[in-house]
Design a protein around this ligand. Structure first.
Ligand SMILES: Cc1ncc(C[n+]2csc(CCOP(=O)(O)OP(=O)(O)O)c2C)c(N)n1
Ligand code: SF4
Length: 502
């Protein structure tokens, strides 16, 4: 081909075969789809499927609004489960119905991203009803595209919550009967009863005019998010020719003739709320949270600073209800707060609070805590044998187990940890109350690990325990636990059945 012809083609964007390119694939789609070797330029959608059209409208809007580099697309389970093969944006695939919850987490952690939750009607209006309602009610600043084709497409045509009255499906072979299956769910109307959403519109892919309206709605929903407004929701009535058993043209017509009368097109909500610029949670002083008086606070600030020789210290305390398991965890977290650490406390107990199993997770950290859940604690305080047997194997290598007995069960295989048997209940009993067993173990913990200061422990106990005589027993219990470690435990005590090295 002569050079000047090539230049002209390039300039006019005319294909070598002579056709002028008037409409090209959006660059928001990958140029090549890697899902299947033989279908690198085709999506997996059936001919005439509304998902393809909806994808195109969304891709073009992302492109025109210049949002491609900021967009994260959360795809559902359903026919559009493979959306990540097509959209060249950030992609996350959520479990069935959970896309709004996943989108919430993404948007909250990355507020500058444009987060799209894309869902079918089975996904959004059946298994995911709770997620969508609560995301909308919280006014999450996400955009939801809801493709309503009145059926479960991917799984072969079971009835969806949106299936029309009288419509046949594999699970309503005689047609949907309200007496048996209820009425179609109108999700847009339902969400529009909530206060938080800023934009709720229903559109349809029934003819070109309506497709153009859908195009506008898709743009608006994304613009809203770009502009920092709240929850935007676009319901797209969409053809599913394959499951409906119609050809693409008939299916499109059916959207207009059957779906629209049941699901009228409308803008149900369009408001511009006053933007809340400051969404920071109110910060309270630690002394406020702990209700520490001015006097106590002065004492607190005068305490010598305790050195924390750890970045994080994770402690699991386990026993049965009534042993002060949860309380010991609370004391530790409060002590950590007083010493300027980040802390978390996560309780877990069975149906019965008294005598049932109970445990709690405590994190002490110099950095913000990602999760309060501890899978492999540095320390296990096992207040009974059941807890020892249940949790000892979880201890992190080189960790510490404090066991509330004077010896280990004979058949107990000691994990890779230092195990100290401390007859804490007996010590507490001799002091006058088995209620302070947990405080004996607290003393032992503080003495062995030096994770927090005993002075802080007393400071916390003084604010909690108003009875002078009980406070005195607690003081003695704390001292007894520390003393036990100093005088009765030998260094290197690891590997004998009684918990001590011989
Ligand atoms: C937890 C769970 N339950 C059920 C399924 C089976 N399942 C996969 S897709 C689907 C329905 C999808 O229908 P819809 O959301 O309407 O999307 P469409 O395929 O019509 O686009 C179901 C029930 C699943 N994958 N996971
Ligand atoms: S089954 Fe229906 S929804 Fe699924 S790809 Fe085919 S036409 Fe689309």
């Amino acid at each position: 081909m002569p050079e000047d012809r090539k230049a002209l083609i390039k300039e006019l964007e005319i294909q070598p075969n002579g056709y002028e390119i008037v409409h090209a694939k959006s660059p928001v789609f990958y140029q090549v789809y890697e899902r299947k070797d033989e279908l690198k330029h085709q999506t997996h959608y059936c001919p005439g499927c509304g998902h393809g059209v909806a994808h195109k409208l969304i891709a073009e809007a992302i492109e025109d609004l210049g949002l491609q580099d900021r967009t994260i697309f959360v795809s559902p389970v359903g026919c559009s489960v493979f959306a990540d093969y097509y959209f060249d944006v950030g992609n996350v695939q959520a479990a069935h119905g959970r896309a709004p919850a996943a989108a919430t987490a993404i948007k909250r952690t990355c507020p500058d991203k444009i987060v799209i939750s894309y869902q079918g009607d089975g996904d959004l209006a059946a298994i995911g009803t709770a997620e969508i309602i609560h995301a909308a009610n919280r006014g999450e600043k996400i955009t939801v595209f809801f493709v309503n084709n009145a059926i479960y497409g991917m799984t072969g045509g079971q009835m969806a919550p949106t299936t029309l009255v009288g419509q046949k499906s594999t699970t309503s072979p005689w047609g949907r009967r309200p007496e048996n299956e209820g009425y179609p769910l109108h999700m847009s109307e339902l969400l529009a009863t909530l206060e938080a959403p800023v934009y709720v519109e229903r559109v349809a892919l029934s003819d070109n005019k309506n497709v153009m309206k859908a195009r506008k709605a898709v743009r608006k929903a994304l613009q809203n998010q770009r502009d920092g407004l709240g929850f935007s929701f676009v319901e797209i009535l969409s053809p599913c020719p394959t499951i409906w058993g119609k050809d693409p043209v008939e299916a499109r017509r059916w959207v207009g003739e059957k779906l629209i009368p049941t699901f009228p097109l409308n803008v149900f909500r369009d408001r511009k709320p006053e933007l809340c610029r400051n969404n920071e949670p109110p910060q309270r002083l630690v002394s406020d949270v702990l209700e520490i008086s001015a006097k106590d606070e002065a004492t607190l600030t005068n305490l010598p600073t305790h050195p924390h020789h750890f970045r994080d210290n994770t402690i699991k305390i386990a026993g049965f209800g009534g042993q002060g398991v949860l309380l010991l965890g609370q004391l530790l977290t409060e002590m950590g707060m007083r010493e300027g650490l980040e802390v978390s406390w996560l309780p877990s107990y069975g149906p019965e609070m008294r005598s049932g199993s109970a445990h709690c997770h405590v994190c002490l950290s110099k950095e913000r805590i990602g999760s309060p859940l501890i899978s492999h604690p540095d320390v296990l305080i096992a207040m009974n044998e059941i807890s020892l047997r249940k949790f000892a194997s979880q201890i992190s290598p080189g960790g510490l187990i404090l066991y509330n007995r004077d010896s280990l069960p004979a058949d107990f295989a000691i994990p890779q940890a230092r195990v100290f048997c401390i007859p804490a209940a007996e010590i507490a009993d001799k002091l006058g109350s088995t209620k302070v067993t947990n405080i004996v173990l607290l003393g032992a913990l503080l003495e062995e690990t030096e994770c927090l200061s005993p002075a802080t422990a007393m400071g916390v106990l003084e604010t909690k325990i108003k009875k002078v005589d009980l406070l005195e027993i607690d003081r003695q219990a704390l001292a007894a636990g520390r003393n036990f470690i100093d005088t009765s435990v030998r260094v290197g005590a690891v590997s004998q059945p009684d918990g001590f090295a011989h």
